[in-house]
Design a protein around this ligand. Structure first.
Ligand code: NAP
Length: 235
C-alpha cells in the first residue's frame, strides 16, 4: 500500500512511537492523518496534513460517533497506552492494578470493533504490543499478559476481517515520553533494562514507527507480529 494520498486514523498518534509514525506518514504524503489522544494539544510542530482530535479510547460512545462522522478511511493504527500499567511480581500485585493494565487491550479492541466497518476493503490495521508478550522478565507479568492478549487478538481476528489486514508491531525498550524519569536516573534505567540485549541500548520511536510503516505498506502480511526489540527475544 502506498501511504501517499491515504486517509489514516492513529490513536496515540500524538506522542512517542505514535507521534513518530504520524510524522513519517505525513512526510510520505498521506492525504489526511487524524492523530488522537486525550490531550492532543501536547503535540508540537503539527504538520499541515495532520488534524488533532481529543478522544479517550475507552469512551465507546465517542468512538462510535467519531467513526460514523469520518466515513471511509484507509489505515487504522492504535498505539495508545490506554491507562496505567502494574509492575512487580504477580503474587504481590494489587489485582485491581493488574486488571487496569488491560485498558490498553480494551482501547485496541474498541477501535477495531467500531472502526473496521469504515475501513476500506484494501485497508489495514496496526496495533502495538511489546516484547514482554513473548519473553516476560521479572516484574513484567501484567504487560506480558496484556501484550500476549493483543497478539492473540490480532491473529484471531485476521481471518474474520480479511481482505482487510491487521498486524502487530512489538517494541522492546524504547526511549519515549512514557517514562517519567529524567537525567541520570533515566539514563541508568535504559542502560540496565537493555544491557543483556543483543543490541544493548534503548530503541527510538522512529525505529518502531518504521515497523508500523512496513506493516502498512507490505500487502502480503496479515495476522503477524513484527518485533522491533534490539534482540530482546533472543538474548
Ligand atoms: N516505550 C516503550 O518502551 C514501549 C515498550 C513496549 C511497548 N510499548 C507500547 O507502545 C505503545 C506506544 O507507547 P509510547 O512509548 O509511544 O508511549 P507514549 O509516548 O506515552 O504515548 C502514548 C500515547 O497514547 C495516548 N493515550 C494513552 N492513553 C490514552 C487513552 N485512554 N485514550 C487516547 N489516547 C491515549 C497518549 O496521549 P494522551 O496522554 O494525550 O492521551 C499518547 O499519545 C503503547 O502501546 C506501549 O504500551 C512501549
Amino acid at each position: 500500500m502506498n501511504i501517499s494520498g491515504k486517509k489514516i486514523i492513529i490513536f496515540g498518534g500524538t506522542s512517542g512511537i505514535g507521534e513518530a509514525a504520524t510524522k513519517i506518514m505525513s512526510e510520505k504524503g498521506a492525504a489526511e492523518i487524524i492523530a488522537i489522544s486525550r490531550n492532543p494539544d501536547k503535540m508540537t510542530n503539527v504538520p499541515e496534513n495532520v488534524t488533532l482530535e481529543k478522544i479517550d479510547v475507552l469512551d465507546e460512545e465517542a468512538l462510535k460517533s467519531f467513526f460514523k462522522n469520518q466515513g471511509e478511511f484507509d489505515v487504522l493504527i492504535n498505539c495508545a497506552t490506554g491507562g496505567t500499567r502494574a509492575v512487580g511480581p504477580f503474587l504481590k500485585m494489587d489485582l485491581e492494578g493488574y486488571r487496569s493494565s488491560f485498558a490498553k487491550l480494551w482501547g485496541y479492541t474498541n477501535v477495531v470493533r467500531y472502526g473496521t466497518e469504515y475501513l476500506a476493503n484494501n485497508g489495514n490495521i496496526v496495533l502495538v504490543s511489546g516484547s514482554p508478550a513473548r519473553k516476560c522478565r521479572p516484574g513484567q507479568i501484567a504487560i506480558s499478559s496484556v501484550g500476549g492478549a493483543v497478539e492473540a487478538f490480532a491473529r484471531g481476528i485476521a481471518p474474520e476481517i480479511a481482505p482487510k489486514r491487521i498486524n502487530i508491531v512489538s517494541p522492546g525498550v524504547i526511549d519515549t515520553p512514557m517514562s517519567p524519569l529524567t537525567g541520570n536516573e533515566r539514563e541508568e534505567f535504559y542502560k540496565n533494562a537493555t544491557q543483556n540485549n543483543l543490541i544493548p541500548r534503548a530503541g527510538t520511536s522512529e525505529e518502531v514507527a518504521k515497523g508500523i510503516i512496513f506493516a502498512i505498506e507490505n500487502e502480503f502480511i496479515t495476522g503477524t507480529t513484527i518485533d522491533v526489540d534490539g534482540g530482546w527475544l533472543t538474548s
